[in-house]
Design a protein around this ligand. Structure first.
Ligand SMILES: C[S@@+](CC[C@H](N)C(=O)[O-])C[C@H]1O[C@@H](n2cnc3c(N)ncnc32)[C@H](O)[C@@H]1O
Length: 270
């Protein structure tokens, strides 16, 4: 936002927090049904662990599309800013912008000259210029995108990319499964995911991860490549790589179960 007065007003509301069941939430997000996950230090720690789990899963690769020259990148829902910071650090001549509804998880010490992080709501039409970015990254924001917003969100991303630009998206399909069949419908993890999907479907689309490809094509994207990657939830595997990822993810999963579900379970499902 260019208007200084408006920016200050929004910032005040954005900074305001309150406590529910011992967790700290952003008042703006809860009041507007935007995002129901705490903004406290526990969640910052979880996001950092999750970033490490994804970094291991993607073999430390941050950017997937074959882009030869990177000049402008947008990160939607930057969280701790770890992804945007690393990309800005690795590409000092590229301008990296990030937007997030919550500035609470970002450590201001993790900053570089070519990184610009702002507060904004992805559910609102983008204010960025058309035909502007080489790459737009959107990772794990499905919990905060309103059901009806998805087609418009993808159209905004398409509009703000330059011709030949790329969008990369990562979302988690919360469906706990086991290779040996020990996670059955009665298991606590399966019950958690069913209940979570039920609680969220009142205003978000928990099936979004499986629909991204179709929405991208509808928005005008071509060369859409979709992959479903199983994410080990603990160190069960004999395979060293899966063991390492699962072991790292175990703590993320433990923290995630309450982080994501506490507010929707109590508020929507009583
Ligand atoms: C699970 S975190 C993921 C952070 C980061 N993208 C990553 O992969 O590490 C989701 C982030 O999206 C932000 N978010 C959720 N809904 C949003 C919205 N409607 N507008 C802007 N940011 C949103 C949250 O504040 C949070 O920082």
């Amino acid at each position: 936002m260019d208007d200084h007065a408006e920016t200050e007003e929004l910032n005040e509301e954005i900074q305001e927090t309150f406590i529910v069941h011992n967790r700290t939430y952003q008042r703006y997000s809860i009041n507007n049904n935007t995002y129901f996950v705490p903004v406290d230090e526990d969640e910052t720690i979880r996001l950092r662990i999750q970033h490490e789990v994804l970094s291991m899963t993607f073999d430390r690769r941050l950017i997937f599309p074959p882009i030869s020259s990177l000049r402008r990148i947008l990160d939607c829902g930057f969280g701790t800013g770890s992804w945007a910071f690393q990309v800005a650090w690795d590409n000092p001549r590229c301008e990296v912008r990030g937007i997030d509804i919550s500035p609470h998880h970002h450590n201001p010490n993790e900053s570089v000259e070519n990184l610009y992080l702002d507060v904004d709501d992805l559910n609102m039409p983008f204010q960025f210029r058309s035909n502007h970015f080489d790459l737009i990254n959107s990772r794990l924001v499905a919990g905060g995108i309103n059901s009806s917003r998805w087609p418009g969100y993808l159209r905004d991303i398409f509009r703000c990319l330059r011709g030949g630009g790329w969008c990369q998206m990562v979302e988690i399909d919360f469906n706990a499964q086991s290779d040996n069949g020990t996670i059955t419908d009665g298991s606590a993890l399966r019950q958690w995911s069913q209940t979570y999907l039920h609680a969220m479907e009142q205003c978000k689309n928990p099936r979004a991860p499986r629909r991204l490809g179709g929405w991208l094509r509808d928005a005008g994207f071509t060369d859409v490549d979709e992959r479903m990657i199983p994410l080990p939830m603990c160190g069960w595997s004999d395979n060293q790589r899966e063991f390492d990822i699962g072991s790292a993810n175990q703590e993320n999963v433990r923290l995630l179960l309450s982080s994501l579900a506490l507010y929707p379970f109590t508020h929507y499902l009583g």
